[in-house]
Ligand binder design. Structure first.
Ligand SMILES: [Mg+2]
Length: 287
């Protein structure tokens, strides 16, 4: 029997429909990275910008009150060696993820499947391309109007000072005087810090200034952490609870920080998978 062209086409269609469905070629694997969402939140969410601005605006609103009270000081009592009253006013700020946004460096690590390294970090700092954290320029203008000195206590190494000062200036931040940048490795007479602790540098500033406020993205930016475990950190926070949003201003940073190693025993030498397993085990799946 000869099929008409129409019926031939119909038969071809029916035959084609009866072919077994071939599985689609697998899509190219998208590498997983523990930091993808956190870095995107900082870079792409309006909410990050809102939260950061919110902190700096709330701080501006309390500046006059802080200035007017001679005994208002934001150093922990154990880090204040001399009375603050009568000293010129200053604010102490951390740099990374507090006044400068280094999320492009984090984004490159996600893109390349890399992890933090000192040489990689130094190369990023030398680029001098970090942008200001939302809200900080507004705060800096208000501090300047009231003759409050901005002092940066940072764990950027002292050999990165020039690149850091260049970047701060390019970002529109004030850099004034010899105490403007106190990096990791700054010598403080009569004081020895452990590792990257900032306590001696805060003491140094306390000798010369009344510290109205401190700004940071990590607890260690404000006071020395003696016990970097979730419980130890919680206890410290509770001790200074009344100062949060008053003398201490915390900026959001979900991408890294000492909160993270606290979850895996502060042991960075473990393989990535072991650290990830410890973090998964730290998830709270019940209220
Ligand atoms: Mg920081």
């Amino acid at each position: 029997m000869r099929l008409s062209p129409f019926h031939a086409a119909l038969a071809a269609l029916v035959l084609a429909a009866c072919q077994p469905v071939r599985p689609a070629a697998p899509a190219a694997a998208v590498p997983a990275d523990d930091n993808l969402n956190a870095v995107l939140w900082v870079q792409r969410s309006a909410e990050y910008r809102a939260v950061a601005s919110q902190a700096y605006r709330a701080a501006i609103a309390r500046l006059d009150e802080a200035l007017a009270q001679p005994d208002w000081d934001a150093l922990a009592p154990e880090e204040r060696e001399n009375p603050a009253a009568g000293l010129p006013p200053a604010v102490v700020l951390d740099i990374d993820e507090t006044v400068l946004d280094n999320s492009p460096y984090q984004a490159r690590l996600v893109r390349d499947g890399g992890e933090y390294s000192d040489p990689g970090w130094d190369a990023w700092v030398e680029e001098r391309k970090a942008r200001p954290v939302p809200g900080v320029l507004e705060f800096a203008r208000e501090a300047d109007r009231r003759e409050v000195t901005m002092i940066y206590i940072s764990n950027r190494a002292t050999y990165l000072e020039q690149a850091t000062l260049d970047n701060l200036r390019q970002a529109g931040l004030p850099v004034a005087g010899p105490d403007a940048f106190l990096g990791l490795g700054t010598r403080v007479e009569g004081c020895t810090s452990q590792g990257s602790d900032k306590d001696c540098r805060r003491r140094l500033i306390g000798r010369k200034y009344r510290v109205l406020m401190q700004f940071g993205d990590q607890l260690g930016d404000f006071v020395r952490i003696e016990d970097n475990t979730p419980a130890g950190r919680q206890k410290l926070l509770e001790r200074f609870d009344g100062w949060i949003g008053q003398r201490w201003w915390v900026l959001p940073n979900p991408t890294y920080g000492s909160w993270e190693p606290a979850l895996f025993g502060n042991d960075w030498k473990q393989p990535r998978e072991a650290r990830r397993a410890a973090k998964r085990a730290a998830l709270e799946t019940a209220p």
